[in-house]
Design a protein around this ligand. Sequence first.
Ligand SMILES: C[S@@+](CC[C@H](N)C(=O)[O-])C[C@H]1O[C@@H](n2cnc3c(N)ncnc32)[C@H](O)[C@@H]1O
Ligand SMILES: [Mg+2]
Length: 213
Amino acid sequence: MKKMNDYIDSVFAPNDALLKEVTASIKENGMPSISVSPSSGKLLTMLVSISGALNVLEIGALGGYSGICLARGFGSNGKLTSLELEEKYAKLAENNLAKAGFGNQVTYLTGPARKSLEKLEENQRQFDFFFIDADKENYKHYLEHCIKLAEPGALIVSDNVLAGGSVVDDTSKKKRYTEDMRHFNELAANHPQLESLLIPIGDGLTVSRVKEK
Ligand SMILES: C[S@@+](CC[C@H](N)C(=O)[O-])C[C@H]1O[C@@H](n2cnc3c(N)ncnc32)[C@H](O)[C@@H]1O
Ligand SMILES: [Mg+2]
C-alpha cells in the first residue's frame, strides 16, 4: 500500500511549496504528522471543485493541511468551518489558511466536535460538503450529525477508513481503531440515506453522497 501511494503522490500530487511549509510548521510546533496524504488532499480539492460545494465543514483541523486542500476546491467564493479539539492546533491551522489566502473564509470552532455539531444543528446550519478526520471512535456519530446538517446531494468524505490496511488484511498490524473503521464502512455502505464507496487512496477515503429526499 505504501509503495503504491508513494508512486501516486509523486506522479500526481507532489506537495507544492506552501503545503511543504505547512507540513514543516506542524512538525516545528511539536504536533503529530498525521495530515492527509498529498493524493488524498488533491482528491479533496477535486471533489469540492467538481461538486461545486461552497459551504464546507471539516471535523479535525490539525495544522490546516486538509483545510487548504478543501479551500482550494472552492476558491474565492466558498467558506470553511472547521472543528478542532485543541486551541493550539486551530491557531496554527488559522495562520496556515491565512498564508494560503483563505484567511477571511475560515471559521474555527474549538472543543469536542460533537458539542460543536450540536450547536450547528441548533442554529439550523447547512453544509454541502463534509470532511471527517478526527477521533475514529466518534466517526459513526459524526456521520449522523453530518447527515442532519447536509443539504440534499451533499458529499461526506471520511479519512483513514483503511486503518493502515488492517481493515482488509489480518496480517497488517491491527490498530486501536481497526474495528471502528470496519463498523464505520459497513454503516456508510448500508445507510439508507447514503450512497457510498471507499476509494483506496492514502489511508482510504470513504465518499458518501447524501440522497435527495
Ligand atoms: C488526523 S488529525 C486531522 C488532520 C487534518 N484533517 C489534515 O489532514 O490536515 C485529527 C485531528 O482531530 C482532532 N480531534 C481529536 N479528537 C477530537 C474531538 N473530539 N473533537 C474535535 N477534534 C478532535 C485532533 O486534535 C487532531 O487535530
Ligand atoms: Mg486522517
